[in-house]
Ligand binder design. Structure first.
Ligand code: GDP
Ligand code: MG
Length: 162
């Protein structure tokens, strides 16, 4: 079976936008309104000559109360399925309590994690990404999934740990 790379994180941080970067076309549904459900979450993908299964999360309807619980539950399922994880955080917002909750789950899993500091659209915003060192997951990779800035580097790293 192909290795599985899961993209997790809070609603609206840019997970589906990043998935579309990997796929090279718009297939994952990008939503300005968080929490919109769609069914497709697993995509056959290729990067740097490696074939793998890419999991987008965020659209799973789960019977849990509250946004934080839903994010954590989706992350838990995805991490279970994954060989490696891309944890996407909105660098313009910085780490939230929900992000910290996901970090605890990631630590328990022992799976390799690449920390994506997304929405770093310009060099001026790179300082935003440094606040994510506090999550304790190592280097935050500054990325603009929207414009492609830094996305090749972080995907190379994800493939390296996959
Ligand atoms: P998801 O809920 O995590 O899957 O997030 P989406 O991929 O649906 O994106 C949510 C919103 O953030 C959309 O309006 C995207 O266009 C926007 N977005 C995603 N990545 C970036 C980025 O790198 N920079 C900026 N400025 N906006 C982004
Ligand atoms: Mg999405």
């Amino acid at each position: 079976a192909l290795p599985v790379l899961a993209v997790i994180g809070r609603p609206n941080v840019g997970k589906s936008t990043l998935v579309n970067r990997v796929l090279g076309h718009r297939e994952a549904v990008v939503q300005d309104v968080p929490g919109v459900t769609r069914d497709r979450v697993m995509y056959p993908a290729e990067w740097a000559g490696r074939n793998f299964t890419l999991i987008d999360t965020g659209g799973w309807e789960l019977d849990v109360a509250g946004m934080a619980a839903s994010v954590a539950k989706q992350a838990e399922i995805a991490v279970e399925l994954a060989d490696a994880v891309m944890f996407v955080v909105d660098a313009t917002v910085g780490p939230t309590d929900t992000d910290e909750q996901v970090v605890r789950l990631l630590r328990r899993s022992g799976k390799p994690v690449v920390l994506v500091a997304n929405k770093v659209d310009s060099s001026m915003q790179e300082a935003d990404a440094t606040t994510l060192w506090s999550l304790g997951l190592g280097q935050p990779w500054p990325v603009s999934a929207l414009h492609g800035r830094g996305s090749g580097d972080v995907l190379d790293e994800a493939i390296r740990v996959l």
